[in-house]
Write a new protein. Structure first.
Length: 192
């Protein structure tokens, strides 16, 4: 099965942590910034301890919970990350970022139907969410590739399917280096 180049760095809405109801938790802004600095400086274990301490004090803090989900995703603890983002989306259904991150995790598992549903929900919450629009396009392309591959398997004599499948796969071969370069550029600039 051909998987699309979904990467956690490209799909996760890391820059949007500050957008997550910052006004509701002003005293936590410094603590959140400190934890982010620790995490992106390579001190993941210490950062996770600080997140857990903060959540013990304030378990409904959406920013810390979101950061924990990002950290769990980066640690390849995807089922735990899905649980964090799902609970966030249940408790704060108007925030699009948790839906986007759920979509990234579902897509990484190859569950494009769930990814599509999560992205559509993110876009209902924020129709101008460019990252979710891009990710939805990626999901549709992955679904197209799956359909073309299935059609080719069912009807190998159909000459129109193979070029379409090749085109979608070529799209991802070309997009993967661009996504990796963009990720490296945002990381090198200190972008969370």
């Amino acid at each position: 099965m051909h998987h699309t180049p979904f990467t956690s760095r490209r799909l996760l809405a890391r820059l949007l942590l500050a957008v997550l109801v910052a006004a509701a938790f002003p005293a936590r802004a410094d603590e959140l910034a400190d934890v982010q600095r620790l995490y992106y400086a390579g001190q993941a274990a210490t950062a996770m301890q600080r997140v857990d301490q903060a959540l013990a004090t304030n378990p409904r803090d959406p920013q810390m919970r979101f950061l924990k989900g990002v950290m769990l995703t980066d640690a390849k603890r995807n089922m735990e990350a899905i649980a964090v983002f799902q609970k966030l989306s249940d408790e704060f259904p108007d925030l699009p970022e948790p839906y986007n991150n759920l979509a990234a995790l579902y897509a990484a598992q190859g569950d494009y139907a769930k990814a599509r549903a999560a992205l559509e929900q993110a876009l209902r919450m924020n129709p101008n969410y460019a990252t979710a629009h891009e990710n939805l396009g990626d999901v549709y392309a992955a679904l197209a590739a799956q359909s073309y591959a299935r059609a080719q398997k069912l009807d190998p004599a159909n000459a129109t399917v193979a070029p379409k499948l090749a085109l979608v796969r070529d799209l991802y071969k070309r997009a993967a280096p661009v996504a990796s370069a963009a990720s490296a550029a945002s990381t090198s600039k200190g972008t969370p």
